[in-house]
Write a protein that binds this ligand. Structure first.
Ligand code: NAD
Length: 349
């Protein structure tokens, strides 16, 4: 299959690109290379004859049309987005332009291409989205997000992703475009940009800095190892039912405090400090405005219909992740100089 992956120089997109090429798919990686991108993320497959890169901004409709005409993909996996909630609070404009208008451009370019190709049944437009569109859950473990949970986004980021989900569904209902959607929980793993919680904690711990926990650390997230996520995404684009959405979770709910304590314990074992534990560096800081209390995924649909489950627990995945950051200092040191990295963002509500 020839797959056009947008956002393939980012964290999750690059995991999709690496896995797809390894499995023998042809991949066109379309990415504007924003502050969050890093082409080193795809270095393991960049020399493969199956891999091509196109530097294109999804806000540029003409460039998208040319890319579809040039490459004639069998499927689109649309991941390109502004992805950092804290940045969306400080500057929502980019999130509206890329996540909403950019997705509209992708849908229109895909529709034009698909219609001109004779509306092939096998074509897929796969939109990759987040569980944050569903809002916030109470602590009761019996309550989880299903695919039928009403949308209730709270941040500019999640509102922009909710909008793009609605557009994708509308293009299926109104124009018959063969779409599938996925909404996943918090990802972590290798190549995670060093502004997100897991790498911030690993790298802050190693640097002897305070480890910031928003609020009291009781916010609960479900944690999904990025390589498991990429595996699930390839399954959905190949086997998912047209018009359907699938929730993808890691089956690993943890409070933010538990997550950070686990990372500290792994570091204590792999890179012990001269004295004390990395957990001694934990500090509680002002909460994020509108911080959702809990996200949790009911994974029944993808498990029952497609037979997919995550392969690792969060403890196993975090051990692999910590190991990767210890082995790849050149990668993260270069990214720490990028604009805004290492600063507290998203506090001006
Ligand atoms: P990321 O920020 O690491 O990567 C995003 C990529 O998109 C970057 O390479 C960037 O250059 C590219 N991009 C941004 N704007 C663009 C534009 N206008 N044109 C073309 N390319 C552009 O993001 P990520 O964490 O890998 O997330 C990928 C997707 O998965 C996003 O759609 C996000 O909403 C979704 N998602 C992420 C998570 C998570 O935990 N990271 C969870 C659920 C869903």
């Amino acid at each position: 299959m020839k797959i056009l992956v947008t956002g393939g120089a980012g964290f999750i997109g690059s995991a999709v690109v690496r896995l797809a090429v390894t499995r023998g798919h042809e991949v066109v990686n379309l990415d504007a290379l924003t502050y969050a991108a890093c082409l080193d993320n795809v270095a393991p497959v960049a020399d493969s004859p199956l891999y091509t890169f196109e530097q294109i901004d999804i806000r540029d409709r003409a460039a998208l049309d040319a890319c579809f005409a040039k490459h004639a993909p069998d499927a689109v996996m649309h991941l390109a987005a502004e992805s950092h909630v804290d940045r969306s609070i400080d500057g929502p404009g980019d999130f509206i332009e890329t996540n909403i208008t950019g997705t509209f451009n992708m849908l229109e370019a895909a529709r034009k291409y698909w219609v001109e190709a004779g509306r092939p049944d096998a074509f897929r437009f796969h939109h990759i989205s987040t569980d944050e569109v569903f809002g916030s859950l109470p602590a009761d473990p019996a309550v989880q997000f299903t695919e039928n949970t009403p949308y209730d986004p709270r941040s500019p980021y999640s509102a922009s992703k909710a909008s793009s989900d609605h557009l994708v569904r509308a293009w299926h209902e109104s124009y018959g475009l063969p779409v599938v959607l996925t909404n996943c929980s918090n990802n972590y793993g290798p190549y995670h940009f060093p502004e997100k919680l897991v790498p911030v904690v690993i790298l802050g711990a190693l640097a002897g800095k305070p480890l910031p926990i928003y609020g009291d650390g009781s916010n609960i997230r479900d944690w999904l190892y990025v390589e498991d996520h990429a595996d699930a995404l390839l399954l959905v684009v190949e086997k998912g039912t047209i018009g359907r959405s699938y929730n993808i979770g890691g089956e690993n709910e943890r409070t933010n405090l538990e997550l950070v304590q686990t990372i500290c314990a792994i570091l204590d074992e792999k890179r012990p400090k001269a004295s004390g534990s990395y957990a001694d560096q934990i500090t509680f800081v002002a909460d994020r405005p509108g911080h959702d209390a809990r996200y949790a995924i009911d994974p029944s649909r993808i498990r029952d219909e497609l037979g997919w489950r995550p392969s690792v627990t969060v403890e196993e995945g975090l051990a692999r992740t910590v190991e990767w950051y210890l082995d790849n200092e050149d990668w993260w040191r270069a990214l720490q100089n990028r604009d805004g990295v290492g600063k507290r963002l998203g506090v001006k509500a």
